[in-house]
Design a protein around this ligand. Structure first.
Ligand code: GDP
Length: 433
């Protein structure tokens, strides 16, 4: 999928445009409130083309001077995007910072489309000609506040999309990625897996930009480890900024069936772990929680149980994810990892026949009658699975408003009890029949 990055000074309206591009989609996808709220990366659609948008403004909020921030944003955009939307404030004209960014973008040879924002009425359109001087061709007047001009802008943006690099996705192969704080042991774990006995390894070079995916075969199963770029390549200046590594993680998550959320047994669970895990959960991927560096803990049944309780308390939203304890360093218990990944992946793609599903739903309703709100009772007519990855179910009812959150949760639990969706989130939507 093509990637579009929005670059520009603070307050030119990047987030407004970003939200306009992706907003509708977010509200459709998220019937259930997400764990993570700050969006810097999301999907958008124009003319039947789906693409990803990055709001580089969300990447670095540090107290760096403006010019340095702008340069970092431009670098991220150049690095990550196929097309860059360079946004300017039509009310302020071209500033020194704009010129600085323009120079960087110009040198990169990436397609750049100029958007001049805050052109709220047609009379102002004459004022955009000065922007030709930046050397990126025709400037497009837009108004984020009123949603004007976006169509023309996007027409121009999609013209620059590269030929779809068709990534061959093999349904039999399990794609997984590793995410977690710096130093949690992601690289070590990848290397440990690759050096495991009876594992056959091959690199898939240049799968997407500078990512290097690795294919491995173990116990009759093909896996691809998706490189969270920066895991194998180190030393880029902006690698250190947290939001930038989040962006990288998000891109890896997007391509994964299963996401391994790594936790450091030595330093314990941190707030940042929760945030990282939240991204994988919101994306609806299968998840395995991996407690690494288990060699540093006096490992026994009791310590494992205690640590798992801590994990459960911290990651309540991941109650479906199995927890694997291992050491990438000593390779102790390493052999338990891939089987867990496989189970999670199978559950993520599992289909339940409609008749079997409805037997379970009807039994559940018989056991715990549907709620009544203001004298009206929820009636469940039937349910059907509408998607996999993750398994998603639509329950047809008389009035969707009567489907209380707690009752939906009850149905979800019954579905889980019956079909054992270990390792995968499931989604349930109530729809009017
Ligand atoms: P990354 O930043 O998540 O890729 O983390 P690295 O793989 O670079 O590991 C960070 C540090 O933790 C290195 O010094 C590793 O040697 C160490 N480390 C990784 N896995 C283990 C483990 O299982 N046990 C111990 N004791 N140290 C580990």
């Amino acid at each position: 999928k093509s990637v579009v990055a929005i670059v520009g000074r603070p307050n030119v309206g990047k987030s407004t445009i970003f939200n306009r591009l992706v907003g509708e989609r977010i509200s459709i996808v998220e019937d259930i409130p997400g764990v993570t709220r700050d969006r810097i990366y999301s999907q958008a659609e124009w003319l039947t083309k789906t693409f990803n948008v990055i709001d580089t403004g969300g990447i670095e909020i540090g107290d760096e001077p403006l010019l340095i921030q702008m340069r970092q944003q431009a670098e991220v955009a150049i690095d990550e995007a196929d097309v860059i939307i360079f946004m300017l404030n039509g009310k302020e004209g071209i500033t020194a910072a704009d010129e600085e960014v323009a120079k960087l973008l110009f040198k990169s040879n990436k397609p750049v489309v100029l958007a001049v924002n805050k052109i709220d009425n047609p009379e102002m359109r004459d004022e955009i000609y000065e922007y030709y001087s930046l050397g990126f061709g025709q400037p497009f007047p837009i108004s984020g506040a009123h949603g004007l001009g976006l169509g023309d802008l996007l027409d121009e943006v999609v013209k620059h999309f590269p030929q779809e690099e068709l990534e061959e996705i093999d349904e039999e192969t399990i794609y997984f990625s590793l995410i977690g704080r710096p130093n949690v042991g992601k690289s070590s774990l990848v290397n440990a897996l690759l050096n495991e006995e009876r594992v056959i390894v091959s690199e898939i070079e240049g799968t997407t930009r500078d990512a290097i995916d690795t294919k491995l075969h173990k116990d009759d199963q093909d896996y691809v480890i998706i490189d969270t770029a920066g895991m194998r390549k180190r030393g880029k200046v902006y690698e250190a900024t947290e939001k930038y590594s989040v962006l990288r993680a998000l891109r890896a998550i997007e391509r994964s069936d299963v996401v391994l959320v790594l936790i450091d047994a030595e330093t314990g669970i941190r707030e940042q772990d929760k945030k990282i895990a939240g991204y994988a959960h919101d994306a609806g991927r299968a998840i395995v929680i991996v407690v690494n560096k288990w060699d540093t803990v006096e490992a026994n049944e009791k310590s494992m149980k205690e640590f798992e309780e801590k994990v459960r308390a911290h990651f309540q939203f991941l109650d479906y994810a199995p927890v694997v304890f291992l050491s990438a360093k000593t390779k102790k218990r390493l052999h338990t990892l891939l089987p867990s990944v496989k189970v999670a992946s199978e559950n993520h793609a599992k289909r339940i026949p409609t008749n079997v599903l409805n037997d379970v739903i009807m039994d559940a309703i018989a056991m715990n009658p549907t709620p009544t709100v203001k004298g009206r009772r929820l009636k469940v007519l039937y349910a059907t699975q509408v998607a996999v990855k993750p398994p998603s179910f639509v329950v047809f009812v008389n009035e969707p408003e009567l489907m209380h959150f707690s009752y939906q949760r009850f149905l979800e639990n019954k579905i889980r009890d019956a079909f054992g969706f270990v390792g995968t989130p499931i989604k349930i939507f109530a729809r009017k029949r």
